[in-house]
Design a protein around this ligand. Sequence first.
Ligand code: PEP
Ligand code: MG
Length: 325
Amino acid sequence: RAAQYARLRDLPAVTDDHVAIKLMMNAGLLLDMSHLRDSGADGVGLYRTELPFMARSALPDVAAQTLLYRKILDQAEGKPVTFRALDVGGDKILPYWNPYEEDNPALGWRSIRITLDRPAVLRHQLRALLRAAKGRELRVMFPMIAEVAELVQARHILNLEIERERALGHDLPAGLKVGTMLEVPALAFQLDALLPLVDFVSIGSNDMTQFLYAVDRGNPRIAERYDPLAPGMLTFIRHVAGKCEAAGVPLSVCGEMAGRPLEAMALIACGVRMLSVAAPSIGPVKTMIRTLRVAPVKAYLDSLLQAPDRSLRDKLRSFAIDHGV
Ligand code: PEP
Ligand code: MG
């Protein structure tokens, strides 16, 4: 198996009917970056920046963050890296942060809600990213955006940091791409206002499934209800993919769903053309892609989206087996 995936590394992620898929890698540690080359991923579609914050006893300062982000970009050897701004709270608690007791942490003071309320933390992180990426392209993505106003506010903070760097006479990144995670359902109802403001969108299917179905992503008692292959979820993703394509805004899916071949097949059937997955999933997902024909799976999925089933998993699995995927 491992040897088979190594051979796959240099083959493109193109379907049997010639649809090109961008296959990106998720990362969260400097160590993960070594997998960029050996997996053959096209870049890092999601770099979760919170892990070093969680592993230390205090917030890392600008200099420490700059050093880390520069190393990450150096190891990417020119492939794109999308840095996600700090996404703590909810299930990711900082040991030195004194969080408020909350009845519903997943719905609470977390992620962009924290960093917009404590903008110094975000400003320091963005400053470090701008410095680390000087002369190169910087890609930044904001998490847990629920409304366009939050994206505008986060973008404004980034602009303040760019102005600050300029005023200090520091070199800036050679290019800047700013995107948003789409992991709160309400934002999908503001796409007409949102899409002109962003360079890319990435669906966080972990939180999106949780919020779309009001099902805790970590609660085993209701795990059966937490299924991204539910017809409502796939209808939702197909809608978002259509809107992004019409607006010319690149869309990816970066939740765990994208890393499972059956789910990845469904995402491609929904119109998604970029997936960001954990490094060990690159081989299995690419194998699936190279045997897939998009037109039949799309037609089949379209016929199922109004099905009364809780999950389309069994039907999609049968389809995959029958079609040699
Ligand atoms: C997601 O919610 O799908 C996601 C990618 O973010 P995280 O799992 O880090 O919350
Ligand atoms: Mg999330």
